[in-house]
Design a protein around this ligand. Sequence first.
Ligand SMILES: Cc1cc2nc3c(=O)[nH]c(=O)nc-3n(C[C@H](O)[C@H](O)[C@H](O)COP(=O)(O)O)c2cc1C
Length: 319
Amino acid sequence: MFETRMTKLFGTKYPIIGGCMMHVSKPEFVAAISNAGALGIMASAMYETQDEFRQAVRKTKELTDKPFGVNLSLFPAMRPIDNNLYVDVLLQEKVPIAETSGHRPPEDLLARLKAGGVKTMHKCVSVRHALSAQKAGVDAVTVFGTEGGGHIGEVGLTTMVLVPTAVDALNVPVIAAGGIADGRGLIAALALGAAGVTVGTRLLVTTECPIHDNLKKALASATELDTQPILGTLRNTVRAWKNPAALKVAELESKQAELDEILSVVAGTATRRMYEGGDLDAGVIPCSQSIGLIHDIKPVAEVIEGMVRQAAQVLARLS
Ligand SMILES: Cc1cc2nc3c(=O)[nH]c(=O)nc-3n(C[C@H](O)[C@H](O)[C@H](O)COP(=O)(O)O)c2cc1C
């Protein structure tokens, strides 16, 4: 069902990617997504050593025989990241797919991946950046609309406009991300010309997602009004769940507070306290407007199968 250029390129059953989520996209969760017929993407930047990352890749390989990928972060980070160290492991462990997100993928990094037979994709928020990634040689591009959870950047384009514009401009398959949480979003993205979708926030609220139950429950009862872009003053805009920490960041930004003060609220250590300890005010969590479509915590496979089933129903109704 729904064979596309994406399913052919990456060898997945469905045209759905489980978006990489920092401190969340760990082996068990990523494998659950791949086992459900979508493409799980591991986060790499949260592993401080090559060895920890290698163990995580091996664990994922043990848990799934389906394709999965690894995200290489090109965003500004508090801890300096040398992506070449992750690429070493990725090549040695024969991970089939790598995704970059953030700034333009460096040519030497892409060249190493390509020489190793790794399929590459890049995630960005504008057609200009998508064209630049295509020129650099990636196999697919994900365009990420401003309604999504995570690094939405400063251009403010919606998925509804960004996807068909990118489809018109690019030759490589385009994946749609931002605001997609059910089968209606999936079929709409395919109708816009996308070869698949990347879903983040919907997968946060699943049984296998390794965040605290308090947080899953709070997210399941949030509405589409409960998100807020923050960190725009640092030109690193992130759409986040509107909790006290996100509101604190917005307030500090409006007062032109010191960088250190802002960074202390968005620090990964604070987010991990929320993810692991369930303290809902402790840190910032990226979150999409699609949170308004999410009302229950269910297993990953039910989310993925449900999306495909609903997309097929919509298609049948329309034809
Ligand atoms: C909690 C969370 C953490 C995320 N972390 C990352 C990340 O580390 N790197 C990245 O490229 N994208 C990250 N994203 C973005 C997702 O990979 C995906 O592109 C996005 O969630 C899709 O939009 P949606 O949230 O509307 O489904 C994150 C998203 C969420 C919700």
